[in-house]
Design a protein around this ligand. Structure first.
Ligand code: NAD
Length: 508
């Protein structure tokens, strides 16, 4: 890992505040970053102090004044080069993400690939920021609408996708003409510092104004500061529903805009007409991948009574095959949780489920001994439960899967929708009526609804996000770019008169 840290310019002590190519010296506290993989300290990051925060805000405003006037395809060209730089650093950055966060190496590489993909998407988008033309009711008039950049976009990200979520926001925001200030999770700021080093070279080469791409580091208090700051017209925040509610209240009070990507409580419905091979693989990958720390992790399986026992036994057999250990070893399926606090939450969720009457068919527990020294490795577990249990209604960010039984499709959909969150959902069936009912207006209430695919993971081409307590935001593909721009309606009079709308007469 030492070589990787050197290669990424992040060995030893790191400053945690940057306006693009410059790193600001400050007096902020040093954050010691430890890997959940083996408990070793990796490096330190100096958190942003008040003085540097103000310097970053001022630089961002200054940079916006000129960046907004760059033609969008020229901004796209910079993002194209960012994609190239990420391609060149994919292996090193992917390994760092895996080591700092604890996800598998393949998922670490996959996360960097997602960044590269969104760069490609944003480059094309830079020539497609389309508005509409509208027929005016007045003779000699033309109406159209256009999209302008918003200004400074704040990006608060969660620990489980230390780099990809930032890129979903930043790459689109940049081609739209905004400037960005990123506050990564205090649990994974090193990956963010590494990204800043990678892209700063591209920004320097292209003479992008200092302040277009800033980084600030710190914990909740810094996030709260961004939320309250009226100089940030749009705050995109990814994390827990608790955080989202706080951010929405603060930003809403100043009538700013938010883009919220919050917790999920995702379910797969397995019907009697499912291809069980697909269903089992989809469910197991969805439940244990990233050790249950994806917003799209499968947390509930809603299984028809007629196949319930078969599915339960197959799942138990699949779980018995799982290899838990160092995520950098590609033979392992499941890595560690992010920290010991997450392990405590996992244990208390198991206890709560038992108290409420849950029956564990695959037991959980914390692993000890060689290879598990960090104390963050836990056993993925499966409990038979009831949909109304308080613990089943919540998102526990760990590999705990609840089995729920149903008899009719209507009942299954009601169970699927009967939680406060609304991110990802899926149905396993080869029956067209069942699939289409699930996708209809009377079906899943989630932002993502799949057929014969699990709940976990998504392609960058689609709009990503969810309803209800997931926050309602949409990022990444489709027309999510509109979040980062303001719409302006323009009417031009090229006639010799001044007719008023709705035929109103006003004569002097
Ligand atoms: P978290 O809410 O603890 O922290 C997320 C970020 O918000 C961090 O940068 C943190 O410093 C900041 N923060 C915390 N409280 C804040 C406040 N009051 N005001 C402003 N900022 C604040 O979440 P986490 O533990 O890092 O991540 C896990 C959560 O994120 C899960 O709930 C998961 O479902 C969710 N998540 C959602 C998506 C999505 O796209 N829907 C993607 C990834 C993660």
């Amino acid at each position: 890992m030492k070589d990787i840290l050197k290669q990424l310019d992040i060995a030893g002590e790191n400053k945690g505040t940057s306006t693009g190519t410059e790193w600001l010296p400050g007096s902020g506290d040093l954050l010691q970053i430890k890997s959940p993989v083996d408990g070793s300290p990796i490096a330190t990051v100096q958190q942003t102090d008040d003085k540097n925060y103000e310097a970053v805000m001022a630089k961002a405003a200054e940079a916006f004044a000129s960046w907004r006037l760059w033609p969008a395809p020229k901004r796209g060209e910079v993002v194209r080069q960012v994609g190239e730089a990420l391609r060149n650093h994919k292996e090193a950055l992917g390994k760092l993400v895996s080591y700092e966060m604890g996800k598998s190496l393949q998922e670490g590489y996959g996360e960097v690939q997602e960044m590269i993909d969104i760069c490609d998407f944003a480059v094309g988008l830079s020539r497609q920021l389309y508005g509409l033309t509208i027929h005016s009711e007045r003779a000699g008039h033309r109406m159209y609408e256009q999209w302008h950049p918003l200004g400074t976009v704040g990006i608060i990200s969660a620990f489980n996708f230390p780099v990809a979520v930032w890129s979903w926001n930043a790459m689109l925001a940049w081609v739209c003409g905004d400037v960005c200030i990123w506050k990564p999770s205090e649990k994974t700021p090193l990956s963010a510092v590494a990204c800043q080093h990678i892209i700063s070279k591209v920004f320097q080469k292209n003479q992008v104004p200092e302040g277009v791409c800033s980084l600030v580091t710190g914990a909740r208090a810094l996030g709260e500061k961004l939320a309250a700051d009226h100089r940030i017209p749009l705050l995109s925040a990814t994390g827990s529903t608790r955080m989202g509610k706080a951010v929405a209240a603060t930003v809403g009070a100043r009538l700013g805009k938010t883009l919220l990507e919050l917790g999920g409580n995702n379910a797969i419905i397995i019907t009697p007409e499912a291809d069980l091979n697909i269903a089992i693989i989809g469910a197991v990958f969805g439940a244990v991948g990233t050790a249950g720390q994806r917003c799209t992790t499968t947390r509930r399986l809603i299984i028809h009574a007629s196949v319930y026992e078969t599915v339960k036994n197959k799942l138990a057999a699949a779980y018995a095959q799982l290899r838990i250990g160092n995520p950098l070893d590609e033979h392992n399926h499941v890595g560690p949780l992010i920290d010991k606090a997450a392990v405590q939450q996992y244990l208390s969720a198991i206890e709560k489920c038992k108290t409420e009457g849950g029956n564990f068919v695959v037991e959980g527990g914390v692993l000890e001994g060689a290879g598990y020294e960090s104390g963050c490795y836990v056993k993925p577990c499966i409990a038979e439960a009831q949909p109304h249990y308080e613990i089943v209604q919540q998102e526990t960010f760990a590999p705990i899967l609840y089995l729920l039984k149903y008899n009719t499709l209507e009942e299954a959909i009601a169970i699927q929708n009967g939680v406060p969150q609304g991110l990802s959902s899926s149905i396993m069936t080869l029956n067209l009526r069942e699939a289409e009912t699930f996708l209809s207006a009377a079906g899943s209430d989630c932002g993502i609804a799949n057929v014969n695919i699990g709940t976990s993971g998504a392609e960058i081409g689609g709009a990503f996000g969810g309803e209800k307590e997931t926050g309602g935001g949409r990022e990444s593909g489709s027309d999510a770019w509109r979040n980062y721009m303001r719409r302006q309606t323009n009417t031009i009079n090229y006639s010799t008169a001044l007719p008023l709308a709705q035929g109103i007469k006003f004569e002097l």
